[in-house]
Design a protein around this ligand. Structure first.
Ligand code: 9MR
Length: 623
């Protein structure tokens, strides 16, 4: 039985990961490109850092050393984001497959690389496995992971907690509550073992949207890649697409974070400044709201395996932001699961309705409590969350009350650069574009002209991203100028917008922008670094993570393959490694492969989710 059950679990990247782990790190090279290989029929670009101001000759050699193509570099010149003088090499005209290709420019030579029909399939599978391996309250089984040392006993099983009733960082003692919730399951957020409704929301949405895109647009390849049996999961033979099984694991936790009926809680209303270290708390009927987070009283040491966490965990007071995140993803789930599991869909819809109503009744309860032991995910502008939740509820139900909220929003049909009031790039705190993406994709009661407008706005944003791409030496659709915490996710979230622009228009330029984003993350960057573990010649290896903490303590495992580093961070340099880099690095180089560098090298569910979306999209649309 054991043997048989191991069969569907293919060692997808184990060879890559094991050799990567055993090898000493490769030296960086001056010619940089996607280290996992380029699409045989797709765009092929590399970047060379070189002071020459005139174009240089490049040649492409095959594995036997024969010249298969050649040309002149394009001098880009000084590039602010990298601090380098760079040349771009475009060899897209080469249409070949195989291993062992090398680019040469004078004495500079790239590492051997592959040209493949579809380079990104393995990446989707590995990137999705991250979520399985972040699961709380269940054991991580050896048969579902690539190395035995990645298996671990269940942490926080069960994950039950009552409301925080201790002193916060300012000394204010919180009142607690008269109940305990069993919020077992869900994913640990990141390198820490907190579980946050806000960040769970965008992460679930992104995974479920990758599936909904494939379903609505009838993409058989993507449906198969994300389908039942595609992943190494306990649920991979239950007749339900595996990406939805994974998302449901988090949804179960999110639903459990909703305040029960009949509960009154003391919360801070409005954007308060503490007076004498205290926020004014007001009793509200909190039924239907969602607790902001379930997290440890104090930060645990790194390393700490989940099962070894001895901190008391608490529910932290419900916020409007968390409540709207719950409303949005529960409404999305109600739509997507309707044909798959109507009872679950109905449960989600009921939760979404109650959450939305609670958020309307309590629109200004912000995450402003200063609590040690967990992150904040505080957001002072919830216009986008409210719009997103209304959009999901309207797409699912078609009901007038949600339509009214939707149309009244200043963000109606807005995308990251278009619409009445622009949202920023997609991120945990900027989710307006998610609502517009849903309205642009899912059939709803909107007029055809409005759906067309939603699409046009997203396409306009994608066009802006392509403009950014043109201005970057490393040719990525992100212009900074600062690189924020989790910048790799900022880059990859732009792929969602570029991806739908390609889906809606068929214009290849948008897809090229998406390829550029992944090329950057997988090696075409000034550090010659693949920011994804187990992928490429110089992958990230030492994340800030309490279990994959081999660098901190050899008794703990190296990370599995498919985990994305947050990436360069030139804007919040507060960790022990980053603080010494202040004013010493250009935005794209403010990064270190070091477990202590939590502002640069942590990993997180909202960062791996767009990696799944992007690689699934590129794999699906490769020719
Ligand atoms: O991703 C978050 C980033 O946008 C914020 O600037 C940063 C500081 O508030 O927090 C990040 O989120 C962290 C969260 O608070 C706790 N778990 C780890 C997350 C990733 O670092």
């Amino acid at each position: 039985m054991e043997e048989a059950s191991m069969i569907p679990v293919l060692p997808f990247v184990s060879l890559l990961a094991l050799t990567g782990a055993a090898r000493a790190e490769e030296a960086p090279r001056p010619i940089r490109l996607n280290q996992t290989g380029l699409e045989a029929s797709g765009p092929k670009r590399a970047v060379l850092a070189d002071p020459a101001t005139a174009p240089l000759d490049w040649t492409l050699l095959d594995a036997s050393g024969a010249v298969v193509a050649g040309g002149k570099t394009r001098v880009f010149g000084d590039d602010a984001a990298s601090g380098e003088h760079v040349h771009q090499i475009d060899f897209s005209a080469v249409r070949k497959t195989g291993d062992g290709y090398r680019l040469k420019v004078g004495a500079a030579e790239s590492r051997p690389f592959a040209l493949k029909a579809r380079p990104d399939g393995q990446l989707t599978r590995a990137a999705l496995s991250f979520f399985y391996q972040q699961r709380a309250s269940v054991p991580i089984e050896a048969r579902f992971v690539e190395r035995p040392d990645l298996a671990r006993p269940a942490g926080h099983a069960p994950d039950k907690a009552t409301c925080f009733d201790q002193a916060d960082e300012r000394g204010q003692v919180w009142p607690g509550c008269d109940y305990t919730l069993d919020a077992s399951g869900g994913w640990y957020d990141a390198g820490d073992q907190g579980k946050y409704v806000v960040n769970g929301g965008i992460s679930v949405w992104t995974l479920v949207n990758a599936y909904e895109r494939a379903a609505v647009l009838k993409r058989p390849g993507a449906l198969k890649a994300l389908g039942d049996g595609s992943q190494a999961l306990p649920e991979n033979a239950n007749g339900v697409p595996d990406i939805l099984d994974e998302a449901r694991f988090e949804l179960t936790f999110l639903l459990a974070m909703q305040v029960p009926e009949g509960k009154t809680l003391q919360v801070p209303i409005g954007k308060q400044k503490p007076v004498d270290g205290k926020l004014v708390l007001t009793a509200i009927d909190a039924a239907g709201m969602a607790h902001q987070k379930l997290a440890d009283r104090n930060w645990t040491a790194l390393p700490t395996a989940p099962a070894d966490d001895r901190q008391t965990r608490y529910l932290y007071y419900p916020t409007t932001g968390a409540t709207l995140n719950l409303a949005a993803v529960a409404a999305q789930a109600a739509r997507v699961w309707k044909p798959i599991d109507p009872a679950f869909a109905a449960k989600c819809l009921d939760a979404a309705r109650r959450a939305f109503a609670a958020a309307q009744a309590h629109p200004d309860i912000y995450a402003i409590g200063p609590f040690t032991g967990s992150g904040g995910y505080g957001d002072g502008d919830l216009t986008d969350e409210a719009y997103w939740a209304a959009a999901e509820l309207y797409a699912t139900t078609g009901e007038a009350r949600y339509e009214k909220a939707l149309r009244a929003s200043p963000l109606f049909l807005a995308s990251p650069t278009a619409g009445a009031r622009p949202t920023g790039d997609i991120s945990w705190g900027s989710v307006g574009a998610l609502g517009t993406m849903t309205l642009a994709l899912a059939p709803s009661g909107l007029k055809p002209a409005e759906v067309a407008q939603a699409r046009a706005n997203l396409i306009a944003s994608a066009g802006k991203y392509l403009g950014d791409d043109l201005g970057q030496g490393y040719a990525l659709p992100f212009a900074g100028p600062g690189y924020p915490w989790g910048s790799n996710s900022s880059v990859l979230n732009r792929v969602l917008v570029l991806g739908v622009a390609y889906d809606f228009t068929g214009e290849i330029a948008y897809r090229l922008g998406a390829v550029d984003a992944l090329d950057y993350v997988l090696g075409r960057n000034p550090l010659d670094r693949s920011y994804v573990t187990g992928f490429g010649a110089r992958p990230m290896r030492h994340p800030h993570h309490r279990f994959w903490a081999h660098q901190a303590d050899p008794a703990y495992p190296e990370p599995p393959a498919g985990v994305l580093s947050g990436g360069p961070n030139s804007t919040s340099m507060s960790d022990p490694v980053a603080k010494d880099m202040k004013a010493q690095c250009r935005p794209q180089t403010c990064w270190t492969d070091d477990y202590r560098a939590f502002t640069q090298n942590e990993v997180a569910i909202n960062w791996n989710a767009p990696l799944v979306w992007a690689s699934a999209f590129l794999d699906d649309t490769a020719r």
